[in-house]
Write a protein that binds this ligand. Sequence first.
Ligand code: IPE
Ligand code: MG
Length: 218
Amino acid sequence: MDGNGRWATQRGWPRVRGHKEGLKSVEELLETAPDLGIKHFTLFAFSTENWKRPKAEVSALMTLFRFYLRNFLSQLKAKRVRFHHLGSLDGFSASIRKDIKALEAATADHEGMVFHLAANYGSRLELVQATRRCLADGLKMDEINEEAISTRLWTAGVPDVDLLIRTSGEMRISNFLLWQSAYAEFYITDCLWPDFRTPQLKQALDEYSRRERRFGGL
Ligand code: IPE
Ligand code: MG
């Protein structure tokens, strides 16, 4: 979800207005993505590194996050979308932690698309924690394999990434799903996140469908 700040700055508006507009993209895409055949939809909203931003921006993002958690249950219900938080709960206020758990619980029996919201997510932290869990579970050296690690990530049980879309033209992965994106197809667009709506998603899927995936084979 990159480019909110630039979207607002280009218009002479405060950055937070871009974050608010970006939420409209989230709302629209959650409505249309299931109809486009997407089973798992992950949005990178806030990284473990984003806490370094100015206090006022972090606090505006938390307010928006809380607003989402408290007001979007009806949309998730209507579309039978299951909400799943991806990331660490450490660092969030007690009330946000409670709201995350509540939204997950309230949508747990939804059989439609899964919406993974990566918030306070960092791939390296996830891998460090998974490694620690291997030790805590008493795994022997020869029991540490890809499955042992995969099943201890926050994405345990979730299929690997097929298509990774990066908005706002940045050519980097920014600590996002490093393990899970090993064979992901990349799609980079200059479109800023608030402008990334259904037609843009369709275009990305269209290009993805023309890619030939070989997973290291011929
Ligand atoms: C939104 O875009 C992503 C978040 C971390 C909330 P940015 O805030 O990174 O926007 P730009 O990159 O400054 O345009
Ligand atoms: Mg950015």
